[in-house]
Ligand binder design. Sequence first.
Ligand SMILES: Nc1ncnc2c1ncn2[C@@H]1O[C@H](COP(=O)(O)OP(=O)(O)O)[C@@H](O)[C@H]1O
Ligand SMILES: [Mg+2]
Length: 266
Amino acid sequence: MGVIEKFNPLKGSALSRKRDGQKAGKWGKKVAIGEINLVEVRTDAVRFGLATDVLFQLKAGKEASIFLADWKGYPILLKAYRFWQTAQASKKKNVYAPAKMEALAAKEFDILSLCFKKGMNVPTPIGRVGNYLTMRLIGDGTKPAPQLRNVYLDDPEAALDTILDQYLIMYRDAHYTHGDLSAYNILWWDDRPWIIDVPQAYKVDVYCDMMKVEALLRRDIRNVLSYFAQYRINRNIEHIVNVFLSEYIPRNLRNYRELAVEGELL
Ligand SMILES: Nc1ncnc2c1ncn2[C@@H]1O[C@H](COP(=O)(O)OP(=O)(O)O)[C@@H](O)[C@H]1O
Ligand SMILES: [Mg+2]
């Protein structure tokens, strides 16, 4: 661990203690588990061949937690999908949760792979087993890259253009709307934006709901633009949405706006 542990921003793991402090025991009793989760995750990840070690937790989310892992001396990122706060979860939920978590991990891995193949700046996907996936760690090996919201940009106009170009690749070439794009899910590293966190992406294909696609694009772009307001950059959201739509709409849905109006009238 050595040098990497020294940079652990959560040293002492206050965050994981807070989140993982209580968990339903095997017989329903709450038990304090502290660092056990890290041990569990490490055991799984090593057994699954995804990592040679798991060093510490970087972030804890609602459905996923992020760990810094090691692959034969190289730092990688491990994302574990799991309900960590199982204390109050209903029995029924517990039955279905593992399948849902695995589906999310699989979806994130597949979309990440597709985006990577289409040439986007995304963390290179490495592997996925069950509810775990690994990917390139964006950052310098000891410290993960900052989220865009914590960065002050030298050339915000160019950065915004690059982010929109990146998202256009995702939409036009990978045929997905991100659905949760914001200054939280864009990392800034190597003078470039890196789009992450894609498990909720919505597929834009012949079966999709284009009204939903339009709404998701609008929301994603609005979220991105709201970060750029601090630089007094003001762009027209509708214009950007229309550029996206002009680049790709599934063939059978070209007249979706008329269809939507008809639907309302029926
Ligand atoms: N590949 C990565 N490299 C560096 N940091 C990452 C990477 N993936 C995630 N992170 C960090 O972990 C945070 C949470 O990851 P994310 O995939 O957004 O999960 P969540 O669903 O919890 O939001 C990110 O905002 C980022 O700070
Ligand atoms: Mg996120």
